[in-house]
Design a protein around this ligand. Structure first.
Ligand code: ATP
Ligand code: MG
Length: 758
């Protein structure tokens, strides 16, 4: 049967359908609350533009907030569009950064960039700051770096900053030094990537005339440069002017520290007179109780806000839990107990249905410990932890040197790790030699080392020279491994193995670590496992097809380069396994949803964190003047966390930190006025079961005979025994979802589920 476009849109409500099929020559802004289907509308609109408006996928740009979101969108579009034989891989889907990188690699010449420009990630920029302002302390450098980033996000160059009457001479000079270092080393930091993207679109936009439509998810978190870029791209085509679709929710703006500006919605309305605005207000994600609590959370916001009238389609009422604990360790134990309890219910609940969302990354340590004790498998989304591991960073640095002879930062971090007698003084000499020669005749790291070894370059002690020889030979052999291999992956893996073997990296790191912590490392801390994990990441890495195409034709970027590039941005997003509990920062959980969400640490000073609220003896909390923005950001952050939950929202607080049991802390003021919450799940149990049972039985009319039998089979004992979990998955309205439910049951009854991960 011939596929029909309309089939794709079955189930969308009227407002969603209006947004999806709106006239593409008019800019459209969809402003709506969480779970109202904004992302779903955006995806459907892409399908509409391609199928109905005949815009080729290669002319459509979609920006998402994370790589994970991009992958999900590609998956969904592939499912939708494959019957129509649409080449989904030709779409430009990714974060603003990754899209800019692709455009800049393609059109580097048009904006004065060298073809092999490098990307400086956070660790690199830290090194650059250290190098350019050695006199500043670490904290001061971090502060200055943050400030520079803010200036860049607003498009303010060092010169423009100097022209501001009340500028700080010190910042101006640090900014200038930092920028010239990047420039002379052919490096772009994350802010530069956007700035160059914008420059390309503004000054040489002709090459971007192919763009017909730009769609933006999570619009509330765009900063000024991204907004200007969006406008510039949108304006390119004269024929299809104002071809932009954005979706977002001002209440979920949580990237103020990256200069995101929720006023973007207004700027857009100002810019486009004919802006089409659509509102969505049916929430398909959460129970009414969760929505009520969320709306009450937003009541804390000091800034003006239009209240939302979101309607939940879920009639099952499950109260939100708020549980108080003496210490953060007790709290973590409680979380792991709850998860074990839920998991113990007959096979209806999977670990992957649970997320623990944290205000700050450091909170994860205690939670992780408790989960490990109970053998609950988990993974950290904000895997900074993984990518920041010394062994991982070192291996990546070695690979970076192998990949680029100009990567002097990676060189300086690896040359003496493991120790090769190249001390700080020798390194300094090498670096200044590099700096003075690289700009002029493109001398790379290996040329410089050869010079020193052959006695034509700077003079260094014989011990140092033999260390350099060893290093150079390793790098050269790795390059050889890559060039002789039959396919790029094998080559990179061979180089990887050689580095691991020759440097004995895992052992070095292990020794260093146990020396520092003065104890044996636990199993989950062993560097060899992390190294193996990194190797797996490389094996699983697949450069997007269209990138490969670009690479073949435009530049000679290799497999290794594109792998290294991909982790610059996506390091924080290791793919999660299906059966693990997710631990994530709230920031990294944007746009996602889980049936059960824990938000721990709702304690004064933790969430909200002290930077935003200051405790005061007389009052519950006082608002330091001028800090309203910070408070509002905390409020919105809590709102984002709460609205990730589909069924069970489990909030918790602790009174004191286990390590500082003297100081007692207040319960978070963010919890005030949220209505009645239950202290624990058990007491709700009976009431909920009854409600859930009713909810379940109502659906009996719409299920097949087979499903009915399965449900009845677990009915008597199991529905009561696992009432909560059953209903967590209970379909809300759609019969379609009932069959999903039966799949779960089927697996259980056919014995395919098994015990995993334990
Ligand atoms: P957020 O603000 O958190 O990003 P969102 O507005 O983007 O949320 P989606 O993630 O698109 O919301 O949708 C939330 C959930 O509701 C998803 O599981 C989605 O599949 C479902 N959903 C959206 N629209 C419908 C619909 N018309 N019928 C049934 N389910 C829907
Ligand atoms: Mg979304």
């Amino acid at each position: 049967m011939k596929p029909n476009l309309l089939d794709l849109f079955i189930g969308l409500n009227e407002a969603q359908l209006t947004a999806v099929t709106a006239d593409p020559s008019r800019p459209i802004q969809i402003v709506a609350g969480p779970g109202t289907g904004k992302t779903r509308v955006l995806t459907s609109r892409v399908a509409f533009l391609i199928l109905e408006k005949k815009i080729p996928p290669s002319k459509i740009i979609v920006t998402t907030f994370t790589k994970k979101a991009a992958n999900e969108m590609v998956e969904r579009l592939t499912a939708m569009l494959s019957p129509f034989e649409v080449p989904v891989s030709e779409l430009f889907i990714g974060t603003f950064h990754s899209i800019c990188i692709r455009l800049l690699r393609r059109y580097h010449g048009k904006c004065g960039l060298r073809p092999d420009f490098g990307v400086a990630d956070e660790t690199d920029t830290k090194s650059v700051m250290k190098h350019t302002c050695p006199d500043l302390g670490e904290k001061e450098r971090a502060k200055a770096r943050g400030y520079i980033s803010k200036l860049k996000a607003q498009g303010i160059t060092p010169d423009a900053y100097r022209a501001i009457p009340r500028h700080s001479a010190e910042i101006a000079s640090v900014y200038t030094m930092y920028d010239s270092y990047l420039e002379s080393h052919g490096l772009l930091d994350f802010d530069d990537i956007l700035l160059y993207g914008l420059r390309l679109a503004r000054d040489n936009g002709k090459c971007l005339d192919f763009v017909r439509h730009v769609l933006v998810d999570e619009f509330q978190d765009t900063n000024k440069v991204q907004l200007d870029l969006l406008f510039a791209l949108g304006d390119r085509s004269t024929k299809f002017q104002h071809n932009v679709t954005v979706v977002g929710d001002p209440d979920q703006s949580i990237y103020g520290f990256r200069s995101a500006d929720p006023a973007s919605f207004r700027s857009m309305a100002k810019r486009y007179e004919n802006l089409h605005q659509v509102n969505l207000n049916t929430n398909y994600r959460s129970t009414a109780s969760i929505l009520n609590v969320s709306e009450a959370i937003m009541g804390h916001q000091t800034a003006k806000r239009t209240s939302k009238s979101l309607r939940s389609i879920c009639s099952v009422k499950i109260p939100v839990v708020h549980s108080k604990h003496r210490t953060n360790n007790d709290e973590a134990r409680w979380i792991s107990d709850q998860i074990s309890m839920l998991k113990a219910m007959p096979h209806l609940f999977e670990y992957s249905d649970v997320a623990i969302l944290l205000r700050s990354r450091f909170l994860s340590r205690v939670v992780e410990q408790e989960l490990m004790k109970k053998k609950i498998p988990y993974h950290l989304v904000q895997g900074q932890a993984f990518w920041d591991l010394k062994v991982v960073r070192s291996m990546l640095d070695y690979l970076r040197v192998v990949s680029s002879d100009l990567d002097v930062l990676a060189f300086s971090r690896t040359i003496n790790f493991p120790a090769r007698k190249v001390g700080a003084v020798s390194l300094e000499k090498l670096l200044s030699q590099f700096q003075s020669s690289v700009g002029f005749n493109n001398v790379g790291v290996s040329d410089m080392l050869i010079g020193v070894i052959e006695g034509t370059g700077i003079k260094l002690g014989s011990g140092v020279v033999s260390g350099l020889k060893e290093y150079l030979s390793l790098i050269q052999q790795c390059r050889e491994d890559i060039s002789v291999a039959e396919n790029p992956l094998d080559g990179v893996l061979a180089a990887f193995d050689r580095i691991a073997r020759t440097t004995d990296l895992a052992n070095c790191v292990r020794e260093e670590k146990s020396k520092r912590s003065k104890r044996e490392l636990r199993d989950d801390e062993l560097p060899e496992n992390d190294l193996e994990e990194l190797r797996n990441q490389i094996r699983e890495f697949e450069p997007a097809e269209e990138i490969l195409e670009d690479l073949k034709t435009e530049t000679e970027q290799s497999f290794l380069d594109s792998f290294l590039e991909s982790i610059h941005f996506y390091s924080a997003e290791k793919e999660e396994a299906q059966t693990k509990v997710t631990i994530s920062t709230i920031h990294a959980a944007k746009g996602l949803e889980w049936p059960i969400v824990f938000v721990p640490g709702l304690t004064m000073g933790v969430f909200p964190n002290y930077n935003a609220f200051k405790a005061d003896e007389d009052e519950e909390f006082t608002v330091p003047k001028g800090d309203e923005n910070a408070i509002d950001e905390e409020v919105r952050c809590f709102y984002v966390a709460a609205t990730r939950s589909q069924r069970l929202l489990m909030l918790s607080s602790f009174e004191r930190r286990a390590i500082d049991s003297e100081t007692s802390l207040e319960v978070s003021p963010l919890l005030k006025g949220l209505g009645k919450m239950e202290p624990k799940l058990d007491t709700l149990d009976l009431g909920i079961r009854k409600l859930l049972y009713e909810a379940m039985t109502k659906k009996f009319q719409s299920v097949s005979d087979e499903e009915r039998q399965l449900l009845e089979a677990i009915g008597g004992a199991a529905i009561v025994g696992s009432g909560i979990t059953t209903a967590l998955y209970a379909p809300m309205n759609a019969p379609r979802e009932v069959s999903g439910l039966s799949g779960r049951f089927k697996r259980k009854f056919e014995g395919q589920e098994g015990q995993r991960n334990l």
